[in-house]
Design a protein around this ligand. Structure first.
Ligand code: AMP
Ligand code: MG
Length: 274
């Protein structure tokens, strides 16, 4: 039986304090759903997301930060397109974190992140994030180990600050397997419409697969907290990835119980516009 939204949330969350073993999670898992059954569920959830976000934006009270991480081709962009496409662009911002600029590198790594967090009523979506500082920076030794080891606590403290100040944080790690990445990279090479997404460097990154997996395991283990949990989303099947993310985001928005605000001034009963 397919799980309800909340059982999916429970199934995918990284319980704080537990050691994540990614080799024990099946990237092709669909938690009992089939593609046919998922389609109407996802489309219902997207309608729900649209309505919930409209209230959230109108109310201007809650703030939601959605972090997407995953290896190249894991589907960060696809998730944004399919799931977050439900949102009204007013009140929703997407930010993709790239190789830091010279100015960004001249500052601490959270300097470029903090201005992008959501304000009241807003949803911010991060395509990559401050977690790159314990991913690529660690794997490619862009900083000494003694330095990047400090980042886990710093990131937890930063997220704690955001949450204490009223922000809700959802972090999704999109998990695909090595074979699926090979197929997706190959299609980026073969399909002229996808070539723009391909970099020769993606092949070098792929050679560090094991190192990235170890880095992800550590980040998920050390930085899944009660206030800002990580969810590991099996993402070999794009339809399941969309279903899981849409469900969890929709449930989170429902928890806000946002209401349309009252009129700013009293409206006389029966008022007609001439
Ligand atoms: P893409 O998401 O494919 O557009 O690629 C963005 C690139 O930026 C990836 O190769 C990331 O590893 C890289 N990147 C993002 N943040 C950082 C960072 N803090 N330090 C170094 N590289 C980064
Ligand atoms: Mg890329």
């Amino acid at each position: 039986m397919p799980g309800s939204g909340s059982s999916l949330r429970n199934a995918l969350v990284v319980k704080p304090g537990t050691r994540v073993r990614l080799d024990r999670i099946d990237p092709g898992d669909t938690h009992g759903y089939t593609k046919d059954k998922a389609e109407p569920i996802v489309s219902g959830d997207l309608d729900r997301l649209r309505a919930l976000q409209e209230r959230m934006w109108a109310e201007g009270k809650h703030r939601l930060l959605i972090v997407l991480q995953g290896i190249d081709t894991a589907g960060k962009g696809g998730t944004i397109e399919h799931v977050m496409g439900a949102f009204n662009p007013q009140g929703c911002r997407v930010h993709a974190f790239k190789v830091p600029s010279a100015e960004e590198l001249a500052h601490d790594y959270l300097w470029r992140v903090h201005p992008r967090v959501p304000g009241k009523g807003e949803i911010s979506i991060f395509d990559r994030s401050h977690y790159e500082q314990v991913m690529v920076v660690r794997v490619m030794s862009l900083e000494p180990k003694a330095r990047w080891l400090q980042h886990y606590d710093e990131i937890n403290a930063f997220e704690r600050l955001l949450v204490d100040d009223g922000t809700t944080i959802l972090k999704f790690f999109l998990l695909i397997d090595n074979d699926e990445q090979r197929r997706r990279l190959q299609s980026r090479i073969d399909d002229p419409d996808k070539r723009w997404k391909f970099r020769m460097g993606d092949l070098d990154t792929r050679k560090h697969w094991g190192d990235y997996l170890a880095a992800f395991e550590d980040a998920l283990t050390k930085c899944s907290t009660d206030v800002a949990p990580w969810y590991v989303v099996p993402a070999n099947h794009k339809w399941f990835r969309n279903l899981a993310v849409a469900r969890i985001v929709a449930e989170t928005l429902e928890d806000f119980h946002s209401k349309f605000p009252p009129p700013v001034e009293p409206i006389p009963p029966g008022l007609k516009v001439e």
